[in-house]
Ligand binder design. Structure first.
Ligand code: COA
Ligand code: ZN
Length: 318
């Protein structure tokens, strides 16, 4: 049977990037949203399968307050037992100094801080203002850089906020500028609600390019209205080469009611593969990882490509 990730033989010559880096956020952004806790061994096996599929950056967990996100209360155990796969970077979210200290004690080498472009969203998500969240991250980022720990910064609600509605480009630019000034090396610009369309992406990336290099920018789309892949293409056209995605489309954000899951990694890898854009990810192995977590959760995941691959496999097995 033909592999699912073959590029087409003849391609129209495009000026799109030839290689894309995929940041897999399923184990964190996905599992933080699951009502039923997933056991630590199941999470570890999921992560191992993702690494075996060729993903080189996997966000493995979060050192946030277990009272706020009990689903990821086992971050220490996860980091103590991660599969050591050559060239794979595992990152963790940290909300405050306490979380950073826990992460450092667990040997974490890649952290992610997070804020948003909407005041109300940060209030709900972190119980503080945007300004306070940036102040809170200042010593953490400085300490991380001092210890050669890389720092990614998530900015949620960069297009529309579930509480405030439309978010201005200026608001996103302001937060991005502050994070870059604080030393954040990679910015993940998130469409938390999944409301953006390609025109929004052209506009926002165009604005952000004034303060951040394209190689420092990652785009994080949710597929609420089915626009996530169209937005990826818009990002590619603007020269963005890093995209966040979640295996099987797991997740969403508990603070964005009604928003559906993240862009599914299978859908992203399939589209890029067919366009001849290298990701290094083996689509069939990736689908095995997603199938594993789908069985663990006991419900079908929303990713369209995943369901197609699983259906094809089931048919071949009969
Ligand atoms: N790790 C473990 N425990 C932590 C912690 C951390 N990083 N940060 C705070 N806590 C504990 C405190 O020790 C305190 O415990 P106690 O009640 O037993 O004394 C309790 O949590 C409350 O701490 P406080 O400093 O008052 O924080 P808060 O309740 O205002 O919450 C955050 C602030 C940022 C810690 C919390 O909002 C949070 O973790 N948010 C993350 C949400 C998230 O992950 N969203 C997903 C990203 S999209
Ligand atoms: Zn997300």
């Amino acid at each position: 049977m033909m592999s699912h990730s073959q590029p087409r033989e003849s391609l129209v010559e495009t000026t799109l990037p030839k290689t894309v880096r995929v940041v897999e956020v399923g184990p964190r952004d996905g599992l933080q949203n699951e009502p039923e806790p997933v056991s630590t061994p199941h999470k570890l096996l999921f992560i191992q399968k993702l690494a075996e599929a060729g993903l080189k950056h996997i966000e493995a967990s979060s050192f946030v307050s277990p009272k706020w996100v009990p689903q990821l209360g086992d971050a220490e155990e996860i980091f103590a037992n991660l599969p050591q796969q050559a060239g794979v970077a595992y990152s963790a979210l940290v909300p405050n100094m306490k979380g950073f200290e826990r992460a450092v004690a667990s040997g974490v080498r890649h952290i992610a801080v997070f804020t948003a472009a909407s005041e109300t969203f940060v209030q709900h998500n972190m119980n503080m203002s945007i300004g306070a969240s940036l102040e809170n991250f200042k010593p953490i980022i400085a300490a991380a850089l001092q210890e050669n720990i890389s720092v990614r910064g998530y900015i949620s609600t960069c297009f529309v906020c579930p509480y405030e509605g439309e978010i201005s480009r200026q608001a996103v630019l302001d937060v991005t500028t502050r994070l870059v000034e604080l030393g954040v090396e990679e910015l993940s610009v998130g469409d938390t609600v999944g409301a953006a369309a390609p025109v929004d992406v052209y506009e926002l990336v165009g604005v952000l390019m004034s303060c951040v290099g394209l190689d420092q920018l990652s785009l994080h789309f949710h597929d609420t209205y089915g626009t996530a892949l169209a937005n990826v293409l818009a990002g590619l056209e603007m020269g963005v080469t890093t995209f966040d995605a979640s295996a099987g489309g797991l997740g969403g954000c508990p603070y964005a009611p009604g928003a559906s899951g993240n862009l599914a990694t299978e859908d992203l890898v399939y589209m890029l593969g067919r366009m001849g854009i290298e990701t290094g990810v083996d689509l069939d192995k990736l689908a095995e990882a997603s199938y594993f977590i789908q069985r663990t959760l006991g419900r079908p995941l929303p990713g369209k490509g995943l369901q197609r691959i699983l259906a094809t496999k089931a048919k071949a097995a009969n």
